[in-house]
Ligand binder design. Structure first.
Ligand code: PEP
Ligand code: CO
Length: 450
């Protein structure tokens, strides 16, 4: 990894999980088009996020990273985006209020389109077609035309990211996220549940606190810390041609930033040290993440930290562990120790979703709320034992009342999964389950996992 980095040096490394684009000219044309488009985010914003993440690394703040497993070209509407933001805001307010620390909010949003797959092809009966790799690549329908990787989709992903981000900025800065509206974030189907009622109580306390501040003469209306929030964007940097075409040199610092999102992460399947994904992300100035699964060894993790954050900049690197509820404590502890001893100032975030996926008897890919909570619990306990800060959670959720994960307050059963199973990829927590998880996570962290 001694070669001087440029946005295209990844091309000299083996790149896993790339689609086989049938027409190279078409691909190059699409990438060239995107390269002429404006950046989606700005370097200064990525740097602000990195400073906030440095606070998480230091144990003074908490990270909430949440959103869809895969965003869809078809379910793309203002309602859909608003409902997702509503849950994220609710979870953030619960975590902030219960833990008493700032919560850094990052959506899996405005660019989370590409999916790694366990097999490049899918077989149904006698037919074999390319696997569905997310709407940035092909269509989900098991049909030759839909599954053909289409570079025009890269361009469409850019445009959808741009309009999603526009709406995220409008909602978070334009009054929707004002803390005086804390009650209005509670959706009807959530409000009637025990966790919804618990949220109402908390919202009432916040309202009382705001009234108190106003009575003391503090102007809560015009205060930016109360009337607007920062929600940053992130996605898995999987399709490297797309990421390269949005990588721009910052005129202030001359550094390269991947301007497709504020934060980018490397997935569990593409995190090999000599691979193209590590090569690409090591050179961009954005804060970056890396998934860490149950097979990770301490020595390999240290090499990854050295490759991705050689200067040991706090907030630059977030390690997103996804071990599975049964393994998390035992597997995580040696990693926490090794990284701490080596002096790497990372953010540790818990993805309690991807190590706990299984197929239900009626054929749905699902996760149980108990296992998700169990992984958060093991994560918090491991950190308690090693004296490190359980810095955040990384969640797949939706604002809608779906039935994709079993369990939770309303005890979704295997049979219920048939009712509203709408995800394009992995099962997501619904609004009630997400809120419940936020309350429980805050409690676990306050009590050190006991
Ligand atoms: C994901 O975050 O959607 C994902 C595919 O995760 P992982 O790389 O951890 O399997
Ligand atoms: Co997923």
């Amino acid at each position: 990894m001694s070669e001087a980095w440029t946005p295209s040096t990844w091309q000299h490394h083996p790149a896993g999980q790339q689609p086989e684009w049938p027409d190279t000219d078409e691909l190059l044309r699409a990438l060239k088009t995107i390269a002429t488009y404006p950046p989606l985010v700005f370097a200064g914003e990525a740097r602000s996020l990195q400073s906030s993440l440095a606070q998480v690394a230091a144990g003074n703040a908490f990270l909430l990273q949440a959103g869809d497993c895969a965003e869809s070209f078809e379910e793309f509407s203002a309602d859909n985006i608003r409902e997702k933001l509503r849950v994220i805001l609710q979870m953030a307010v619960v975590l902030t209020y219960s833990m008493g620390v700032p919560v850094v909010k990052i959506g899996r949003i405005a660019g989370q389109f590409a999916k790694p797959r366990s097999s490049p092809t899918e077989r149904q009966g006698d037919d074999e077609l390319p696997s569905f790799r997310g709407h940035i690549v092909n269509g989900a329908l098991f049909e030759a035309g839909a599954r053909r990787p289409d570079p025009e989709r890269l361009v469409q992903a850019y445009h959808q990211s741009a309009s999603t981000l526009n709406l995220v900025r409008a909602f978070t800065k334009g009054g929707f996220a004002d803390l005086t509206r804390v009650h209005a974030w509670n959706q009807e189907f959530v409000a009637s549940s025990p966790e919804g009622r618990r949220y109402e109580q908390l919202a009432a306390e916040i309202e009382r606190a705001l009234n108190f501040m106003r009575a003391c003469g503090i102007d809560t209306e015009g205060h930016p810390a109360l009337s607007a929030v920062d929600i940053y964007t992130s996605h898995e940097a999987l399709i490297l041609g797309y990421e390269e075409s949005l990588t721009r040199q910052d005129s202030l610092t001359n550094r390269w930033y991947d301007c497709s999102a504020h934060m980018l992460w490397i997935g569990e399947r593409t995190r090999d040290l000599g691979g193209a994904h590590v090569e690409f992300l090591r050179g961009v100035g954005n804060p970056i993440g890396c998934k860490v699964g149950p097979t990770m060894e301490a020595a390999e993790l240290l090499s990854l930290c050295d490759a991705l954050n050689p200067a040991r900049i706090p907030g630059r690197l977030t390690l997103i562990t996804r071990m599975g509820a049964d393994h998390v404590e035992a597997r995580l502890r040696p990693l926490l120790r090794a990284v701490t001893d080596a002096g790497h100032p990372v953010v540790w975030a818990c993805d309690p979703m991807h190590g706990n996926t299984y197929t239900s008897p009626n054929g749905h890919k699902t996760r149980s709320f108990d296992a998700i909570l169990g992984e958060v619990e093991g994560f918090v306990r491991a950190h308690g034992a090693e004296g490190t800060w359980p810095g955040g959670i990384h969640i797949e959720l939706t604002g809608d009342d779906v039935t994709e994960c079993v369990g939770g307050g309303d005890e979704i059963s295997d049979d219920d999964l048939d009712n509203r199973y709408e995800t394009m990829c992995d099962p997501r927590l619904n609004g009630r389950q997400s809120l419940d998880l936020a309350f429980r996570t805050a409690e676990l962290i306050r009590s050190g996992g006991d």
